[in-house]
Write a protein that binds this ligand. Structure first.
Ligand code: SF4
Ligand code: FES
Length: 381
């Protein structure tokens, strides 16, 4: 029995906690999925509150904590927070840009029990990478950071977010991952949330380049079996079926923002009318079971056709609610990334059209900017 519905099957525990420790970041990537209104340092949770949240997460059955942001090493207490994960038996994954003070803190993080590092790389060619990340001299810092990660014997994953500005470098990302001693590479086509949604026309690749990138990854997977695992995230707008976003709404993941607001996925705040609870007011367990935001799209009862009668409904859980809202204007609609959605052809056409035009300049991610969300306008389809 769970707290939502008597006689309903027990609610499974969340597997992962995405701890967005801060929105501060030395990079300014235009593909960032963080919200346009970034939290300021003054509103960030303090160390003791994060430690309490981690203790509650462990009690709830969470296994993995992704220490993220922004740049998580921008926090002065990143070592204490990581140590708490280790003491609680939580597997810790540092999601980092590897720049700023990251290298200076790495040995201390290792000493307190950090389990894994995921390092972002914006490009292979340094000038291209630094243009995308909006920070000069970032590439050598990243390489030095990666070298120290592998010297320490920590498992390293490289994360490359792919878009029209670097899709010609997919082969190079694979070579780079091998050269830096990574065990895993994520070739993740951009997902259009937050800043990436604003920059969609600047980032959208064409279908031929996407197909080519997929062929390169498939060939490399064969060639590098046993040496490098390559995860491929295909671009939604060109997909046949949508991804099970966040593993299904309210099923696997809790996302805590720097200010302590708890979300079912990183873009949930874009959905109007959802009520989010804060860690200051509720325990994580209470939020998981009872927060209106978590219960809104959990399971399948909320679905409309064609999802409602589709045999994939418990595989992809209808795709992404935030994307349904962004593109169809209705968070309960079938994700238009799905080929069974009546809007799918329009999504394809929109992507094809944007990819064919010359790209506009990037709108870089900035705290305190006055960039307006296009979601406040009408849904485009
Ligand atoms: Fe998934 Fe819904 Fe598409 Fe079926 S119709 S594949 S459940 S998004
Ligand atoms: Fe919110 Fe996909 S990002 S459900």
């Amino acid at each position: 029995m769970n707290a939502l519905t008597p006689n309903a099957p027990a609610l499974p525990a969340p597997v992962g906690l995405l701890a967005e420790l801060t929105h501060r970041c030395p990079l300014r990537c235009p593909y960032c999925s963080n919200p346009l209104e970034l939290d300021r340092r003054s509103g960030e949770l303090d160390t003791a509150t994060w430690q309490r949240v981690l203790t509650e997460a462990a009690g709830l059955g969470v296994l993995h904590v992704h220490l993220s942001g922004g740049e998580p090493t921008a926090r002065n207490d990143i070592v204490e927070i990581t140590e708490s994960c280790a003491k609680l038996g939580l597997y810790s994954n540092l999601i980092t840009s590897g720049v700023g003070g990251a290298l200076q803190k790495l040995d201390a993080l290792y000493d307190v029990g950090l389990d894994h590092v995921q390092l972002s790389v914006q490009g292979v060619d340094a000038a291209n990478a630094e243009k995308i990340g909006g920070l000069k001299n970032a590439q050598p810092q990243k390489f030095a950071f990666a070298e120290r990660v592998t010297q320490l014997g920590l498992p390293l994953t490289l994360n490359s977010v792919i878009h029209r500005g670097n899709i010609h470098e997919v082969e190079g990302f694979i070579d780079l991952a091998v050269k830096l001693g990574a065990k895993r590479l994520e070739v993740a086509h951009t997902q259009y949330y937050g800043w990436a949604y604003v920059n969609r026309a600047a980032l959208m690749p064409n279908k031929a380049d996407v197909d080519r990138s997929i062929r390169i990854v498939e060939a490399a997977r064969e060639r590098l079996k046993g040496q490098l695992v390559i995860d491929l995230v295909v671009p939604d707008y060109y997909a046949k079926y949508p991804k099970a976003c966040a593993g299904g709404w309210g099923r696997k993941l809790m996302n805590v923002t720097p200010a302590g607001k708890v979300l079912p996925c990183h873009a949930a705040e874009t959905i109007p009318g959802l009520e989010f609870w804060y860690v200051a007011d509720h325990s994580l367990g209470d939020i998981w079971a009872n927060s209106p935001a978590f219960t809104a799209y959990r399971g399948t009862d909320w679905m409309k056709e064609p999802c409602r009668s589709c045999d994939r409904r418990e595989k992809d859980w209808g795709g992404c609610r935030c994307q349904a809202l962004a593109l169809a204007g209705d968070a309960a609609a079938t994700d238009p990334a799905c080929s069974l959605s009546p809007l799918h052809a329009k999504v394809r056409a929109l992507a094809t059209e944007e990819a064919a035009e010359s790209p506009p300049d990037y709108t870089y991610r900035t705290i305190g900017s006055n960039v307006r969300s296009p979601l406040k306008e009408e849904a485009p389809l």
